[in-house]
Design a protein around this ligand. Structure first.
Ligand code: PEP
Ligand code: MG
Length: 862
């Protein structure tokens, strides 16, 4: 049962907060405090709206009488954060036959009919949920009005409600219920709203916008939504209400005379000047760039509502930085206004301008960026691809909530149906993935897993395509993609983030190209270089094969001798690109059989290349095969069983160190051992590496040091972290393998049932995506504690996929880790997330923070 008064008249002083009445109600109060000409407004709290949704309607008469005699009112949604959306606004409540007569006298019969007709249409569609086809916009003739009333009566089997109290009650109930609906809930949760998010409602006396000149309505903002740069933007439409000026842009006029065509500045210079004068007051008073909805009634200005200027991510960054640089908000505020997970939209790759474009489908550009992947036609297929780390483009007729996990798994989404606000479009934008919708020129056969382009070409599951979410096209093949360019505001904001954060951010970079991206995103170093990725080039693979097939230590040595200069060049490049920043190189990790062919053709080619009988090659491959390769001879085990491999890698690292040091840079390479489970493994490898270092120092006549680290990827390494830390400079948690081994769950096979497991609540999240803080996290804490107890200066970090996830960064910060390392494109997100965490941390004695589902702290009100 509701305890407080069901509604609050908004005045300068009444107690009101975004947490109880929503952001819109709070904003109206701020407008009133800034002496804006706001019509009388009343706010309904979350509690009231919840009660209404549960069927407890309060008496409308007190509410209506606060507006004086015979008012027309509007109702707008007021969620805690504007971004969470809400049901559509309803205008002109209170309009009925009697009001038609009285308004006809004051504003003329046509204007009065237009208002009545509009109200019937929106009541029928938004409240009575009748088919919009019967209630489309028409000229406000007497006949149209009679027809609309008759259509309503026909469909509802009762006359159109005449009582303003009944009308208002019905509107409030329908908006309260709409907020509780499943799709509204899913949509707002995708935008970060918590499960229990409430809705407030704002009831306001209508400023009519119809009547004697100059009457009308419009929307104005003072910056561009696209770029965030200063620019008067908006539209005004004579004899209109609400946001008609935007909906009917063709009839509407521009605001300033800078544009061709008639403008409000010319039509009504006083009103334009008054609006213009609001710019600084609004910006300084509301500490935001606002878009305001206004009306003119016979030239008199009313400000009805203000919402944050809708903005692209690029504009959001520009606006936040400009507000901070002009002293309106603090740098900290500017940082907290940029959701870390929104940054990827700014950072996405695009199809290179000069790339050949073989367009196979055209649609709407629903979410920007470009991605290349294999075609898949179902969400489970997308999840299966993701489990195998194969990028995929999910193609559906349209998407529904069941597809959400598949959309998470895919690198891009294409739908045959849908528009800019369709499920696929909204979700993909939220996820920052390229998305193209409404590609009607293709024929989709999801059963046969086929897509036929307009020119008749057939593309099957597994074919490679590129989705260009910026242009709204799907291209055959893999055209060259262009890395994003980052402007000054972005760099400024990221520099502020770096000042605010208190945990290091490095990048996982395996190649010079990755390292370039890492540098561009200002990673503080490379936290993981998976060296095996350097051996997959065609020329190196052949030498790898020779090494694997070598019968004697000499033959193996000869092959490794050929690999040495190639590896040395790799490391020279990495050191040069990173210019003195730390580079952590992980020695060879995968089982050798991963380098061997599996197909008959591949085996035959290999036999030919090595000049060996096919049977010898087959036998060798059989001999290398293991029942559980991920638990077999890989990582440090390989380094101990075939010490020449690590010796070659160590030599390449040290020779590169010596080479680059000659050019003046001081390099202390970090060498990391994978899949350790016992201290003795580290001792053995360490003495080998020490010997190589000593040899290179003597040969080159140079001095250099190195740091030895251990990847904690097995539960035993975590348990024995104390012993291991005695002989290691750093521990880096490989949470991909550690999650796999803690759960006893193959990271390559988990995709098959992960969906079911998460759906049935066995796991709250996929632990390969979100660090399992309870289980794997306990091992991390335990190992960190044991390691630091023997060595207080032990460097701790995480380099599994979790390193770029804000929740995992939160965990690592709290556990006292020195840095996280994540894929290069996630570096800005991680830097920003780390800044947010540092800025929003409250001392332990204060009350606990409230988090939304993205792990972000909810803003406090006031
Ligand atoms: C890990 O296991 O977390 C890790 C970083 O190594 P990889 O993913 O290469 O096994
Ligand atoms: Mg690993």
């Amino acid at each position: 049962m509701q305890k407080s008064a069901p509604f609050t008249e908004i005045t300068r002083t009444v107690a009101l907060s975004a947490e109880t009445h929503g952001q819109r109600a709070k904003c109206v109060q701020r407008l009133i405090r800034l002496d804006m000409p706001v019509p009388h407004t009343v706010a309904l709290s979350f509690e009231t709206v919840r009660a209404i949704a549960a069927g407890q309607m309060f008496d409308m008469s007190a509410l209506l009488s606060s507006f004086g005699a015979d008012p027309l009112v509007s109702v707008r949604p007021s969620p805690e954060l504007q971004e969470w959306g809400g049901p559509s606004t309803v205008l002109d409540i209170g309009m009925n036959d009697a009001m038609l007569l009285s308004l006809s006298e004051t504003i003329g019969s046509e204007a009065a009919r237009a208002i009545y007709l509009r109200f019937i249409q929106s009541f029928a569609v938004e409240v009575a949920r009748l088919d919009p086809e019967f209630f489309g916009p028409t000229e406000p003739t007497r006949d149209a009005l009679t027809e609309a009333l008759a259509a309503y009566e026909d469909e509802m089997e009762e006359p159109f409600p005449q009582s303003p109290a009944d009308q208002l009650a019905a509107v409030l109930k329908s908006m309260a219920r709409a907020w509780e609906g499943t799709s509204a809930r899913l949509l707002r949760q995708a935008k970060g709203a918590p499960v229990e998010a409430g809705l407030g409602l704002v009831v306001q006396r209508m400023a009519l916008g119809l009547g004697a000149p100059e009457s009308g309505s419009g929307v104005i903002q003072f910056v561009s939504s696209e770029t965030g740069h200063p620019q008067i933007t908006g539209r005004y439409l004579s004899q209109s209400q609400g946001r008609d000026a935007l909906a009917r842009r063709k009839e509407a006029m521009y605001l300033s005379r800078d544009h061709r065509g008639h403008s409000l500045e010319e039509a009504c210079p006083e009103a334009f000047a008054e609006l213009q004068s609001l710019s600084d007051i609004l910006r300084n008073g509301l500490r935001e760039e606002m878009q305001i909805e206004f009306t003119l009634d016979t030239g008199r200005l009313s400000v009805l509502d203000a919402v944050k200027v809708p903005r692209s991510s690029r504009a959001a960054v520009r606006i936040a930085v400009a507000l901070a640089e002009s002293g309106v908000i603090s740098k900290e505020d500017a940082l907290l206004r940029i959701e870390p997970r929104a940054l990827p939209e700014l950072l996405h790759r695009q199809v290179a301008l000069d790339a050949a474009r073989d367009v196979i489908a055209k649609g709407m550009a629903a979410s920007p960026g470009a991605a290349t992947g294999q075609l898949v036609f179902s969400a489970p297929a997308a999840q299966a691809c993701e489990a195998q780390e194969v990028p995929c483009i999910l193609v559906r007729t349209e998407t529904s909530p069941e597809d959400i996990r598949g959309m998470h798994a895919a690198v891009g989404v294409l739908t045959e149906r849908g528009g800019m606000t369709s499920h696929a479009a909204v979700i993909a934008r939220g996820l920052g993935k390229p998305c193209v919708v409404g590609t009607r020129d293709i024929t989709l056969d999801a059963k046969e897993k086929k897509l036929t382009s307009a020119d008749g070409r057939v593309f099957a599951e597994g074919d490679t395509v590129t989705l260009d979410g910026t242009a709204g096209t799907c291209l055959a093949g893999a055209p060259r993609l262009m890395e994003p360019s980052l402007d000054g505001s972005f760099r400024t904001l990221m520099a502020w983030a770096d000042q605010a954060r208190d945990i290091g951010i490095r990048a996982n970079a395996d190649t010079p190209a990755d390292a370039e991206v890492a540098r561009r995103f200002d990673a503080e170093g490379i936290g993981l270089c998976r060296t095996e990725h350097m051996f997959f080039d065609e020329d190196r693979l052949t030498v790898m094969h020779e090494m694997i097939f070598a019968d004697t230590a000499e033959a193996r040595g000869a092959a490794l001798e050929r690999l040495l200069p190639m590896q040395r060049e790799d490391f020279v490049h990495l050191f040069e690109i990173m210019r003195g920043k730390p580079v952590t190189i992980r020695l060879f990790d995968p089982p050798l059989h991963e380098f061997l062919p599996t197909s008959r053709d591949g085996i035959w080619n290999l036999a030919e290349a090595l000049d060996l009988p096919v049977s010898t090659v087959t036998q060798r491959i059989d001999a290398l095969s293991e029942y559980n390769p991920m638990l077999g001879m890989r990582g440090v085990r390989l380094g101990i069983a075939i010490p020449e491999i690590y010796a070659m890698q160590a030599r390449a690292i040290f020779e590169a160190t010596a080479d680059v040091s000659l050019k003046g840079a001081i390099i202390t390479p970090e060498i990391m051992l994978p899949l350790v489970s016992a201290r003795r493994e580290v001792e053995l490898i360490k003495s080998n590496i020490d010997a190589v270092a000593a040899a290179v120092r003597t040969e080159r006549g140079t001095r250099f040091g190195y740091r030895l680290g251990v990847m904690v990827e097995t539960p035993r390494a975590a348990l024995k972290a104390g012993e291991i830390a005695e002989i290691a400079d750093f521990l880096s948690f490989g949470t991909n393998d550690l999650t796999q081994m803690t759960y006893g769950l193959s990271r390559d096979d988990a995709g098959r049932f992960m969906g079911t497991y998460v759906q049935q609540g066995v796991f709250s999240e996929d632990p390969f995506h979100t660090l399992d803080a309870d289980g794997v996290g306990e091992l991390l804490n335990l190992a960190a504690g044991r390691g630091r107890s023997v060595r207080s200066d032990l460097t701790l970090s995480i380099c599994g996929e979790h390193g770029g996830d804000p929740d995992s960064i939160d965990f690592c910060r709290k556990a006292g880790f020195n840095y996280v390392s994540c894929s290069p494109f996630r570096v800005p997100v991680a830097r920003m997330a780390a800044a947010h965490l540092a800025l929003t941390e409250v001392p332990a004695e204060k009350k606990p923070r409230r988090f939304n589902i993205l792990g972000r702290v909810l803003r406090s009100g006031g």
